[in-house]
Design a binder for this molecule. Structure first.
Ligand SMILES: Nc1ncnc2c1ncn2[C@@H]1O[C@H](COP(=O)(O)OP(=O)(O)OP(=O)(O)O)[C@@H](O)[C@H]1O
Length: 470
């Protein structure tokens, strides 16, 4: 897509001829997309400039810029004045919030036409922006008309030799469209007239020098854009700086070449037409402009949402960690209680084992004791039997007056003594020892009483109820 170029002829006698979209000026031909002759009416201007389509594109967020270029008195302001009233009612019929601003560049100074103040140019986000430019938000056509008239009233107009109502400044009318995420502009640029210096009064020379200088730089920018030169010298003038965003290829551009076709202006017409032809070579790729500020706000808002979500997750994590910590504490307490219980159980088991060992030992002792008891009882019984036998024998012997210490008794207790008395004493000692060993338990039925010595140094002992003295 290229810059759309339109040639518009001001009414008047002329030698310029039109063949389809070719303009013949003197010996040269110039091709345009559309040529509007001197008879063109306002509605035909609307169609010729394709305004309906420009407005549609604007409503889709694509910026538009219409330049009116030409020598002084060629009908630039006339064209702009026809154009803007046709745009006003329709531009409000969009999804955008519309605000309106007007600025002019006069002697390289930028002036706010709605607030009458000089503005500074600031380089921001790769663009030149007039600082503090007044933008009035408009909701009705009447508001827009009022502002438009106010701006025109403030515009610096000077009478000079060539045009009694010549505008000596470049003027940029801008409709700003803004949605939450898109911003676009519809710019109408009424350039100051190019003229030859020798045709101007001396006191207006400074104005003309500045105008011609800025138009020269604009021509240079357009030449470089057409030739696809990498470095475009936008910074050389306020005009080219401000038009950078319109000419950077992302906006749709319409160039209206206004021609005053009278005979003494034919060379000027050739220069202007040549300018249009050059502009027609510029390649454009119009696209929607994201509102960087809004985009940043949106991104920041999204970041806030993300951070809030992360915060929530972190809070939940902390909560569950605390819960876990508490659970762990409870678990630890339970574990220590369980450990204590286990230790107690182990202690009890240890004690139990000791007790069982003791029990086992006691059982073994009991078993040994019962065996010993059994053995003692047997021995006791044996002894009783022997004592009974002794008693019988002794009583028999006593009856028969026989010596009770007979040798045959000793045979009965073989190995336990050499005589009856020794045998009895040994047995008594043995039973004593057993009594001491087994805690004086009366496990023995001791029928034999201890021997004692009497005053006559007689020893006696008793067996059962009997007493023996010797
Ligand atoms: N198409 C047209 N039909 C009728 N009159 C026109 C037309 N174009 C321009 N004129 C008249 O020509 C005169 C100069 O036009 P205009 O002021 O628009 O020129 P200009 O290019 O803006 O000049 P300057 O650059 O000096 O401001 C005005 O009186 C205007 O009414």
């Amino acid at each position: 897509m290229k810059v759309f170029t339109v040639a518009r002829l001001k009414p008047g006698e002329t030698k310029i001829t039109i063949e389809k979209n070719q303009l013949r000026i003197l010996d040269k031909s110039y091709e345009f997309d559309v040529i509007l002759d001197e008879q063109t009416q306002q509605d035909e201007l609307y169609v010729g400039l394709n305004i309906g389509q420009l407005l549609e594109q604007f409503k889709n967020g694509i910026s538009q810029v219409v330049f009116c270029y030409g020598q002084t008195g060629s009908g630039k302001t006339y064209t702009v004045n026809q154009l803007i009233p046709m745009i006003l009612p329709q531009i409000l019929e969009s999804k955008f919030e519309i605000s309106f601003s007007v600025l002019q560049i006069y002697n390289e100074k930028i002036l706010d036409m709605l607030y009458k103040q000089q503005l500074k140019l600031r380089y921001k986000n790769n663009e030149f922006v007039p600082e503090n430019l007044t933008k009035f938000i408009c909701h009705s056509q009447e508001e827009l008309v009022k502002l438009y008239n106010k701006a025109n009233k403030n515009r610096i107009i000077n009478s000079h030799q060539l045009n009694d109502f010549s505008s000596r400044s470049h003027c940029i009318y801008t409709f700003h469209g803004q949605t939450t995420d898109l911003q676009c502009e519809f710019n109408i640029v009424d350039l100051a007239g190019s003229e030859r210096l020798n045709q101007t009064k001396v006191q207006q020379i400074q104005e003309s020098v500045e105008i011609n200088k800025s138009l020269f730089y604009l021509r240079q920018v357009i030449q470089n854009l057409a030739d696809k030169v990498q470095q475009i010298p936008y910074r050389q003038s306020k005009l080219t700086s401000l038009l950078k965003k319109s000419l950077n290829g992302k906006s749709n551009v319409v160039m209206v070449i206004c021609l005053n076709p009278s005979d003494d202006n034919l060379l000027q017409c050739q220069q202007s037409a040549q300018y249009g032809v050059k502009a027609r070579q510029i390649i454009l790729q119009p696209e929607q402009q994201q509102d960087d500020q809004q985009r940043q706000i949106r991104e920041l808002k999204q970041q806030i949402v993300n951070l809030e979500q992360q915060l929530k997750i972190a809070q939940n994590t902390i909560k569950s960690l605390k819960q876990n910590q508490q659970n762990q504490l409870v678990q630890q307490q339970q574990n220590s209680i369980q450990m204590e219980q286990i230790n107690q159980i182990n202690n009890l088991l240890g004690q139990n084992k000791k007790l069982r060992d003791q029990m086992q030992h006691i059982n073994e002792q009991n078993f040994a004791l019962s065996q010993l008891n059994h053995q003692m009882q047997n021995e006791n019984q044996d002894l009783r039997d022997k004592i009974n036998i002794f008693e019988e024998i002794i009583s028999e012997d006593l009856k028969k007056n026989k010596d009770p210490f007979r040798k045959d008794w000793v045979e009965l207790f073989q190995g336990e003594g050499s005589n009856y008395l020794e045998i009895i004493i040994n047995k008594l000692q043995y039973y004593k020892q057993l009594q001491v060993k087994y805690n004086n338990e009366k496990i023995l039925l001791n029928p034999i009483h201890q021997t004692v010595k009497n005053s006559r140094n007689q020893r006696s002992f008793s067996i059962g109820k009997r007493e023996f003295k010797f």
